[in-house]
Design a protein around this ligand. Sequence first.
Ligand code: GAR
Length: 206
Amino acid sequence: MSMAISIAVLASGRGSNFQSIIDGVNEGDIKGEIRVLITDNPEAQAISRAEKNKIPVEIIRRKQFKSRENMDLKIKEILDVHGIDLVVLAGYMKIINSKELLDSYRYKIINIHPSLLPAFKGSTHAQTDAFEYGCKVSGLTIHFVTDDIDGGPIIYQKAADISECSSADEVAGKILSYENEAYRRVVGNFSKGKYVVNGRKVRYTD
Ligand code: GAR
């Protein structure tokens, strides 16, 4: 029997992906415990989701810190205190670029991006971009976080047929329903030690 992993979630807004991780833990698909929610937005809906589930919340605001680096170092301090094994970025809309944080948590920080990377890399509205571009297919990517924004090794992708969508919102909704399901599953697999990283290649082992 493997031990449960300690998870931190970072979210800036609605938190539907955070909720899917909470559900995965509560229903036993994720062998872990969510030790902390970290958010940069005191208005985030994610906060009430954490409170309902007795998950501690840390609110850190950019304006409290002299630099982005200092903000990231505060995040690292929180992760260290909680002994975190996996950091899940779930709609966290700030860029993490502290070398110290990234090096300490190498292959332990994952992100979900609402496009098939490298398409719309670095975008904060990738679903609208895909719609406006006239894409027929878009999707989601779950990847490790490195100093290359949205450019770390890819763990999982799923394509979505958006050819029939008539608005950017419809595209976002279709991708989001896939995101919620996929993120929960990938975090579950991670908690069971099923990913092997070799350079840029991430292999799934069963
Ligand atoms: C999700 O669509 C996620 O992929 C996206 O923000 C949304 C958060 O939704 N993330 C990014 O665009 C990161 N660049 P949620 O708060 O309901 O999980």
